[in-house]
Design a binder for this molecule. Structure first.
Ligand code: ZN
Length: 173
């Protein structure tokens, strides 16, 4: 057991596994359906300060939550949303980006940096941005214009303030 700040990652995982034992001991959600009860899919940044379920009052079984760096609407997010809507009955999409996002500190040059370092250029876009409001708007457009989605009339985007815990809705126009 170390007391230094640089805790080895395996001990962090051990903590998670122990937490799961306590969680499973009182598990009461065995009868939940796989189809989200609120028929909502949330696409959010992976930021550690954003507790999506707590911030949106979501209970287990109520929504799909799809997360990645920036909450970017990538092809893979469209893949998940397509399955969410067409196979699992969701109708609404909520996008949650946030203040102080690490993606604001990157540029597409990051791909070149990686290529220089590891000798291979990633196929994926970095999906960095400078203006979080504009990034939410462009993400809203990607969802609304996707040919694969059945329900694009109830799609709303927000910026979560990591200092207040409050959502601010972004006007799509
Ligand atoms: Zn972020």
């Amino acid at each position: 057991m170390t007391t230094s700040a640089s805790v080895p990652s395996d001990s962090a995982i051990d903590r998670l596994v122990q937490a799961n034992e306590r969680y499973a001991a009182d598990f009461a959600d065995a009868d939940l359906e796989g189809r989200p009860a609120l028929r909502v899919a949330v696409v959010a940044c992976m930021d550690a300060r954003l507790d999506v379920s707590a911030a949106l009052g979501l209970n287990n079984g109520e929504a799909h939550v799809i997360r990645n760096a920036g909450g970017a609407v990538t092809d893979d997010v469209i893949r998940s949303l397509t399955i969410s809507q067409r196979r699992l009955g969701t109708r609404s999409v909520v996008l949650v980006h946030h203040t102080g996002c690490g993606m604001e500190t990157l540029t597409e040059d990051y791909r070149t940096e990686l290529e220089t370092e590891v000798g291979q250029r990633p196929a994926w876009a970095v999906e960095s941005f400078r203006d979080v409001d504009q990034d939410v708007r462009s993400s809203l457009r990607r969802v609304r214009t996707s040919p694969f989605l059945q329900h694009t009339d109830d799609v709303r985007g927000f910026v979560y303030d990591v200092k207040t815990g409050r959502l601010r809705e972004i006007d799509p126009a």
